[in-house]
Structure formats: structure tokens, C-alpha cells
Design a protein around this ligand. Structure first.
Ligand SMILES: CC(C)(COP(=O)(O)OP(=O)(O)OC[C@H]1O[C@@H](n2cnc3c(N)ncnc32)[C@H](O)[C@@H]1OP(=O)(O)O)[C@@H](O)C(=O)NCCC(=O)NCCS
Length: 178
């Protein structure tokens, strides 16, 4: 399996603007949830509710990050850890801000968080038709390891299960702010 190296993580940090790294990735706070839930509604046909995000924020094994741009939330990602595995839940970027490296930056920080939390592998499910997300995950080293027939509704569709081995991951991304 292809392993990620420093160059991938350098790209994961996105273009550097004057005054610091771009985008700013930090931990999600309770006051971010309204904006996060709005992006979620615009990104998924069966969105998680604000209540779900608030519940996740209370879970000690969950990691929730946001990417901030011009003081508003441009994207977010959620992951949870169980023993030496991690599951990437949702990853979304605000429509209109996509295609500029924010998704890659969030994913890069999340993989570092997973490795730091002791995970040796990260799993995720993705709609079979979601070519953009699949490309991002594949470029990040994830590989398809299975499928779940009819996993999704609205529209009904299979999920592909993808896995990334973190064992030899090279970590160069700085820790997200609090
Ligand atoms: C998937 C998503 C998070 C990607 O975020 P993004 O900020 O637009 O992605 P980035 O700009 O960081 O691009 C990262 C990679 O994604 C892929 N990608 C992004 N936009 C793409 C497009 N329009 N067409 C094809 N591939 C694309 C490319 O592989 C790209 O890498 P490259 O620039 O080196 O080619 C975003 O499209 C999104 O929020 N989608 C809706 C929610 C969703 O489907 N989430 C994933 C669920 S599993």
C-alpha cells in the first residue's frame, strides 16, 4: 500500500498566506455547530442534525475539526477512535469554497489526529458515485477494501469501504488550534 510522505502533508496544509497557514484548522466548538449543521444540510441528502454534532462534541473518543476562513466555517470533519482503529465520519466543505484544498487540509489534520490517538488504520464509507470524494481519499492513500450493498438511502446506493494504513505515516502537519 502506498504510504503518505512529507510532500503529501505539505500539500495538505494548503497555500501559505501571509500571517500563517491556510486554512486555519482548529477543534470544533459548541458555538460552531449552527454553521456546521448548515454546511452539512447543503452537502448531504440525509444530514446529521445539530443535536448529533453536539452529542459528538461530548464524546471523549470523537475528534471534530473545522477549517476557518475569514472567521467563518469553511468546512469540517468528524472522526472517532476505537482501540487501534479510527472511523472518518463526515467531511464536508461549504459549497462555493470547494476545489481549493480545504478538504485535503482537513483530511490531513484528521489523519494526524488519528495517528496521534493511537489508530493504526482509518476506515470510511463513501457513496460509490461520489467521484470527487473517492479521488481525494485515493490520492491520500485510502484503498477500497469492501462494499456495503444498499448502505445509503436518498438515493439508495452501495457504500464503498475504504481503509488507510497509518503504520508508517509520516507526520508533519502541526497540531490544530483549540
Ligand atoms: C469531498 C469534499 C470534502 C472535497 O473538499 P474540497 O475542498 O472541494 O477538496 P480539495 O479542493 O481539497 O481537493 C482535494 C482532492 O479532491 C479531488 N477533487 C476536488 N474537487 C474535484 C472535482 N471538482 N473533480 C474531481 N476531483 C476533485 C481531487 O483529487 C483533489 O485533489 P487535486 O486538487 O490534487 O486534484 C467536498 O467536495 C465536499 O464537501 N463534498 C460534499 C460532501 C462529501 O461528499 N463528503 C465526502 C463524504 S464521504
Amino acid at each position: 500500500m502506498r504510504q503518505l510522505g512529507p510532500r503529501w502533508f505539505a500539500r495538505a496544509q494548503g497555500p501559505v498566506e501571509e500571517g500563517g497557514k491556510w486554512p486555519k484548522v482548529r477543534r470544533m466548538r459548541r458555538q460552531d455547530v449552527r454553521e456546521v449543521a448548515e454546511i452539512e444540510r447543503r452537502s448531504y441528502s440525509l444530514p446529521w442534525s445539530a443535536f448529533t454534532f453536539r452529542s459528538l462534541l461530548r464524546r471523549p473518543n470523537a475528534v471534530l475539526l473545522v477549517a476557518e476562513e475569514n472567521r467563518d466555517i469553511a468546512g469540517y470533519a468528524a472522526l472517532w477512535l476505537a482501540a487501534d482503529e479510527a472511523e472518518l465520519g463526515n467531511l464536508a466543505v461549504r459549497p462555493g469554497r470547494r476545489g481549493r484544498g480545504i478538504g485535503r487540509a482537513l483530511l490531513g489534520h484528521m489523519l494526524e489526529e488519528a495517528a496521534r490517538g493511537g489508530a493504526r488504520a482509518v476506515f470510511l464509507e463513501v457513496r460509490e458515485s461520489n467521484a470527487i470524494a473517492r479521488r481525494l481519499y485515493e490520492a491520500s492513500g485510502f484503498r477500497i477494501v469492501g462494499s456495503r450493498p444498499d448502505y445509503y438511502a436518498s438515493p439508495r446506493e452501495d457504500a464503498l469501504v475504504m481503509r488507510l494504513n497509518l503504520d508508517r505515516l509520516s507526520l508533519t502537519v502541526s497540531r490544530p488550534g483549540r
